[in-house]
Design a protein around this ligand. Structure first.
Ligand code: GDP
Ligand code: IMO
Ligand code: MG
Length: 434
C-alpha cells in the first residue's frame, strides 16, 4: 500500500497537475487537501488542455475517486463551472467526485472582503488571485464559517448565511467598498447548488480511512507550494492554507502514520506570481526569455509570472519541511537555448553566507544570491523520455541541482505532455511510484 503526497517545492505552478495525472493510474483515490480555486493545475493530453482548480487532477482517469478534503474552501458556483467544462469533454465528474462535509463554503462576499486587504488605501496588497480564499479561511479560523454539512441543513443555512454576508458587507463598507451584493439571491443559488452537491458530500475522512483498510492507495495532490504555506512560506506573502506535507493530514483526516512518501516538484528554475521577495528573480532579458519560452502566465489569472533562477536554499528548506528525498524537476526544455545558466547556491545576507531561510520578508529581501554558472546545452530536450538521450550539459545541470540540494531528481520533465517525462532507473522516485 502506498499513500503518496505530491506537492510544490517552490512558489506554486511547478507542474503538479502533470505529475498527478501521470501517477493517478497507480492510485485509487486522488485527494486535494487545501486551497481552493486559486489553484490552476494544467494537464495536456495530446491537443486537449485541461486546467483544474478545485477538482483533483485524477479526475481525467475514469474509475478513480477524486476527493475534495475538509481542508479546502469550496466555491460551489466555481466548482460547477469546472464540472460543466469536464462534462463537455465527456468526463462525468460528479460520479467520481466526493466532497468533505467539513470543507468550508466560499461565498461571493468573501471576494468583497478581499478587496479590503488588496485594494483599500493604506494596505499592502499581497497580489492574491482575488478568489476570496484568504477571507474564507479567516472565517474558518474565526469559527464563523459555513461548512458543507451546514449548507445541506436548509434552515440552519438560511439563518446563518445572511448574517455572514451582512458581516462581510459591513466590513467592506467601512473601507468605502460598497459593491451590490444580494444576500437572498446568494442564499437561493447556494441552496440550489447544495442539492446538486448533496450526493457527492460525505465524511471523506471516514471514506479514506475505510479505503485504506480495504488496501486502496491514496495520492494527495498539493496546491500552491511550500513557499506559499501559511506557516512556512514567505509570510505575509503567502496563501492562507497549509500547502506543505503536514496539511495533507489536517486537510483530510488521514493520520500521519499512514503517509508512506512525499515527492516534491520543482521547476529547473523558479517562478512566483504576486508580491513578495524573490531573491533569484531575473529582471532582465533572460527573465523575459524564460517567461516566453515557458509560457509563464498564470493559469487562473493570466498574470505574467515573475521568473528567475533555481534557488538552492528554497529547495533545501522545502525538502526539510516536507521530508522529501526525491524530487521531480520540470521544464528542463525551457532552458534549452540559454548559453549559460546561473544557479543560486547560497544567500549572502548582511555579508553573512547562509543556506538558511530567514523568517522575515525584510531579511529575505536583503538576500543576495550567490550564483554558480553552468554552461547551457544549446540543443532541444523537448520530449526526451530517456535520461541517456539528454545532452551531457543538461545531465550535468540536473546533477548539479541534486548535489547542491542533497535531493535526488528521480524524474525530469521535458514537456507538458504525459509522455515527455524521464523516470530515472533505480531512483527512489521509481521505487516509490513503481
Ligand atoms: P501546477 O499548478 O503545479 O499544476 O502547474 P501549472 O499548470 O500552473 O503550470 C505549469 C505549466 O507548465 C503548465 O502549463 C504545464 O502544462 C507546463 N509544464 C509542465 N511540465 C512541463 C515541462 O516539463 N515543460 C514544459 N515546457 N512545460 C511544462
Ligand atoms: P497552484 O496550485 C502560484 C499566490 C497568489 C498570491 C498568493 C496568495 O496552481 O500552484 P491567494 O489567492 O491564494 O490568497 O493568493 O498566493 N498563489 C499561487 N501562485 N500558484 C498557485 O496555485 C497559487 N495560488 C495562490 O498569486 O501571491
Ligand atoms: Mg498552477
Amino acid at each position: 500500500m502506498s499513500n503518496l503526497i505530491i506537492l510544490g517545492a517552490q512558489w506554486g505552478d511547478e507542474g503538479k497537475g502533470k505529475l498527478v495525472d501521470i501517477l493517478a493510474d497507480r492510485f485509487d483515490y486522488i485527494v486535494r487537501y487545501q486551497g481552493g480555486n486559486n489553484a490552476g493545475h494544467t494537464i495536456w493530453i495530446g491537443e486537449r488542455k485541461f486546467v483544474l482548480r478545485l477538482v483533483p487532477s485524477g479526475i481525467l482517469h475514469p474509475g478513480k475517486t477524486a476527493v475534495i478534503g475538509n481542508g479546502l474552501v469550496v466555491d460551489p458556483i466555481g466548482l460547477f463551472e469546472e464540472v460543466e467544462s469536464l462534462n463537455a469533454a465527456g468526463i462525468d465528474a460528479e460520479k467520481q467526485l466526493r466532497i468533505s462535509n467539513r470543507a468550508q463554503v466560499l461565498f461571493p462576499s468573501h471576494r468583497l472582503v478581499e478587496k479590503i486587504s488588496e485594494m483599500a488605501p493604506g494596505r499592502t496588497p499581497i497580489g492574491t488571485t482575488l478568489k476570496g480564499i484568504g477571507p474564507c479561511y479567516e472565517d474558518k479560523i474565526g469559527r464563523r464559517g459555513i461548512r458543507m454539512a451546514d449548507l445541506l441543513d436548509r434552515s440552519y443555512f438560511r439563518e446563518t448565511v445572511k448574517a455572514l454576508i451582512a458581516d462581510h458587507q459591513t466590513r467592506a463598507r467601512a473601507f468605502g467598498i460598497d459593491d451590490a451584493i444580494d444576500a437572498d439571491d446568494i442564499a437561493d443559488r447556494y441552496a440550489e447548488a447544495a442539492e446538486r452537491m448533496r450526493p457527492m458530500i460525505c465524511d471523506t475522512s471516514a471514506l479514506l480511512n475505510q479505503a485504506m483498510r480495504d488496501g486502496k492507495n491514496l495520492l494527495f495532490e498539493g496546491a500552491q507550494g511550500t513557499m506559499l504555506d501559511i506557516d512556512h512560506g514567505t509570510y505575509p506573502f503567502v496563501t492562507s492554507s497549509s500547502s506543505s506535507a503536514g496539511g495533507a493530514c489536517t486537510g483530510t483526516g488521514v493520520p500521519p502514520t499512514k503517509i508512506t512518501a512525499v515527492i516534491g516538484i520543482s521547476k529547473t528554475y523558479t517562478t512566483r506570481v504576486g508580491g513578495g521577495p524573490f531573491p533569484t528573480e531575473a529582471l532582465d532579458a533572460a527573465g523575459d526569455e524564460i517567461r516566453n519560452r515557458g509560457h509563464e502566465f498564470g493559469s487562473v489569472t493570466g498574470r505574467p509570472r515573475r521568473c528567475g533562477w533555481f534557488d538552492t536554499p528554497v529547495l533545501r528548506y522545502s525538502a526539510a519541511i516536507n521530508g522529501f528525498e526525491t524530487m521531480v524537476v520540470t521544464k528542463l526544455d525551457v532552458l534549452d537555448d540559454l548559453d549559460e545558466i546561473p544557479v543560486c547556491v547560497a544567500y549572502s545576507i548582511d555579508g553573512k553566507v547562509t543556506l538558511d531561510m530567514p523568517a522575515t520578508v525584510r531579511e529575505l529581501a536583503k538576500a543576495e544570491p550567490i550564483y554558480e554558472t553552468l554552461p547551457g546545452w544549446k540543443s532541444s530536450t523537448v520530449g526526451i523520455s530517456d535520461w541517456d538521450q539528454l545532452p551531457a550539459a543538461a545531465k550535468r545541470y540536473v546533477e548539479f541541482l541534486e548535489a547542491k540540494t542533497g535531493v535526488e531528481a528521480g524524474c525530469v520533465s521535458t514537456g507538458p505532455e504525459r509522455t515527455q517525462t524521464i523516470v530515472r532507473a533505480g531512483s527512489k522516485f521509481a521505487k516509490i511510484t513503481g
